[in-house]
Structures are given as C-alpha cells and as structure tokens.
Design a protein around this ligand. Structure first.
Ligand code: ADP
Length: 182
C-alpha cells in the first residue's frame, strides 16, 4: 500500500529490511545500543564489523531518541538506531516515546540529506507493543511529519510478515479516510 503526503511517498511493504535500498534504514535498538536479536540481529549481521565498531562508539541512546551510524555492507548508506519503548500497559508514556523515536529518525534524515528511509515496526517484537496500537502511533507520526516537511521523499515501513502488513494497511486506510473527511 502507498499514499502520497505533501508530495512524499509513504509505503507499506512486506519483507526483510536488510535488503532495502533506501538511503537509510532504521534499526530498532536498545538504550545501550548493544547488538540484540530480532531485526537488530539481522541488520547487525548484514551491516558487518565496520558498522558495529562505529555503533559501539555512539555511547548509547535514550528511549525515544535516535542516532546515526554508517551502513557498512548494507545497500543503505546509513543506519539510524532508534530506541522505542518497552510496552507495559500503555499508561507509561509509551505512545509519546514511540512517536518520538520515529520523529527523531526522520529529523536525522533531513539533517543528513537522506531522501529515502525504511523503518521496521519499532517496539513490536521483544518490546511487546501491540501491533495495531504501534501502527496507529507510527503512521500518525509519519503522516504528520511528511505533511509538515514534505521529506524524506520516500518513507517505507517494512513489515516482516503478511499479518503485520495487513494490520498496518488497515490502520493507514482508516487514517486516510478520516483525514479526507475532515
Ligand atoms: P523491538 O525490541 O523494538 O520490539 P524486535 O527486533 O524484537 O524489536 O522487533 C521489531 C519488529 O521487527 C517485529 O515486528 C519483528 O517481527 C520485525 N522484524 C524482525 N526481523 C526483521 C527483518 N529482518 N526485517 C523487518 N522486520 C523485522
């Protein structure tokens, strides 16, 4: 599924984010920026040792923030390490922190002239964020940012399986129909 927001493309696809050819890919990292499993394990392996060495020197990253490192062996030029919240019950500021992780990643793209970026579904794996809730927060944040800035010109969310893609597509359709009827 794809929509256009202020001239920028917002795309939902199913796949393995390590294969993306966008200028940057976003990694769902932890505060220590220590290599982990899930999407991080896949990105860390694919990016190789040079990218890992730089990452170790970034000095960690607070929840809701993001830091930029080189793409190493990836097709992407840069890896953005974004730290989403661990989900407790939704009443511990999780939505604001998740929105912030997406927004800070987009700000880094603009600051570094990265015109296309691919995101995974941050916090929806080990961190336990319910998929539909995460999709609502993420897509509202991405749409608002693009509506304001019109860039990055292409933003992709790469969902790992068909169920996740279906959930995100349905949330995006709802957001689109609400906004056109405002
Ligand atoms: P977090 O700790 O932020 O929850 P995870 O890596 O555990 O991060 O999961 C985040 C999401 O990334 C999950 O929805 C998971 O299914 C998905 N994922 C795992 N591997 C990949 C991959 N190679 N490409 C895209 N998404 C992936």
């Amino acid at each position: 599924m794809q929509v256009v927001v202020n001239g920028a493309r917002l795309e939902l696809v199913q796949g393995d984010i390590t294969r993306e050819t966008t200028d940057a890919i976003v990694n769902a990292a932890n505060e220590a920026l220590a290599p982990g499993g899930g999407v991080d394990g896949a990105i860390t392996r694919a990016a190789g040792p040079a990218a890992l060495e730089v990452r170790r020197k970034l000095g960690g990253c607070p929840t809701g923030e993001a830091k930029l490192g080189p793409g190493g062996n990836l097709a992407a030029r840069a890896i953005i390490y974004a730290v989403g919240p661990v989900y407790h019950d939704g009443r511990h500021g999780e939505a604001d922190l998740l929105a912030s992780a997406y927004r800070r990643s987009l700000e880094l793209c603009l600051a570094h002239g990265l015109d296309s970026v691919a995101f995974p579904a941050i916090s929806t794996g080990v961190y336990g964020y319910p998929m539909a809730d995460a999709a609502r927060v993420a897509l509202a944040t991405l749409r608002a940012f693009l509506a304001q800035h019109g860039q990055p010109r292409r933003v992709r969310v790469v969902l790992f399986n068909a169920e996740a893609l279906a959930v995100w597509s349905s949330v995006l359709s709802q957001l689109e129909s609400t906004s056109t009827h405002e």
